[in-house]
Design a protein around this ligand. Structure first.
Ligand code: 13P
Length: 300
């Protein structure tokens, strides 16, 4: 019965969106407050832990990392390694398990052409890559990537059957002046704006809340702060798509995650895993975060 209800809800919302693109004022058919309770159905979402190596590692260390990681039983946690482009073929060559996903940290949303310095998704697929990070604050702030480009990248990645990890996050000034939720709402809604009905499977999009003030600072968001935002993100997803859809989307936390704070963050029902920077450079630390995530999610 609830499946039928979910189906009807999705069809009605998709029809409304086709008639009135960007229908922000139309409320979902399910009360938003109910979305918070979806966390009790946790078992439906497979936890995901992704390493974002940023501009780190060389071929020998990357190869050794992946060989070591594959000794760990990771069947309860989907694991992703997002490496610099030049290392992707190196780690692809030593990957033995299809369920270890490899990700790129950037691409350009065109098929081919005069885009000096860029890589297309076809090139990444050719190198054995399945995942891409989009909207990371370092791409937004250091490389000037704007919301419109990020929206195109997200839709392009989904259309090409890549698993995108779409990042949003506020800076310290925004957190302090109380505009966190407005900023995140804008980033999220603009980012999703190029995704049109029929919507792709909810399992094929991953969101990551990465507060800029927590990235590389050693000051992580508390589990309560992160959970509050991730629940907010799920509510917005419910408005854009549907309650049933939002319930299935994985939402990660990133920002100074390490082996000491992973368990308390993973214990929060809406947080489905992590996007890990510094602590993903050492394989033993990264494996500890994966193991702790698996253990917490078995209990949640
Ligand atoms: P840190 O884990 O180093 O804070 O980086 C987080 C991040 O930016 C992952 O994408």
């Amino acid at each position: 019965m609830s499946d039928l209800r979910n189906l009807i809800e999705q069809l009605v919302l998709q029809t409304l969106q086709e008639l009135r693109p960007g229908f922000p004022e139309i409320r979902p058919l399910v009360e938003v407050s109910q979305v918070k309770n979806t966390s009790n159905n946790y078992g439906k979402r497979v936890p995901l832990v992704a390493a974002n190596w940023k501009m780190n590692q060389l071929s020998a260390s990357a190869r050794a990392f992946v060989l070591e990681l594959q000794k760990l039983d990771r069947k309860n946690v989907q694991t992703v390694i997002c490496a610099p482009h030049i290392l992707l073929p190196v780690i692809s060559a030593v990957r033995k398990e299809a369920d270890l996903l490899l990700g790129a940290q950037n691409f350009y949303p065109e098929t081919a052409g005069a885009f000096t310095g860029e890589h297309s998704l076809d090139m990444l697929a050719d190198a054995g890559i399945q995942t891409v990070i989009i909207g990371h604050s370092e791409r937004r702030n250091l490389f000037g990537e704007q919301d419109q480009l990020l929206a195109r990248k997200l839709a392009h990645a989904m259309a090409h059957d890549f698993l995108p990890i779409f990042c949003i996050g506020e800076n310290l000034a925004e957190r302090k002046d109380g505009s966190t939720f407005r900023v995140l709402h804008n980033q999220l809604i603009t980012g999703l704006s190029e995704i049109k009905a029929p919507f792709p499977d909810p399992e094929k999009i991953v969101l990551a809340y990465e507060p800029i003030w927590a990235i590389g600072t050693g000051v992580n968001a508390t589990a309560e702060q992160a959970e509050e935002v991730v629940a907010f993100v799920r509510e917005r997803l419910s408005e854009k798509f549907s309650y049933a859809y939002a319930e299935k989307v994985r939402v990660l936390y990133g920002g100074s995650v390490n082996e000491k704070n992973a368990a308390s963050l993973a214990a929060k029902p809406n947080i489905d895993g992590f996007l890990v920077g510094n602590a993903s450079l050492k394989v033993s630390t990264f494996m500890s975060i994966i193991e702790q995530t698996a253990a917490c999610k078995r209990r949640v």
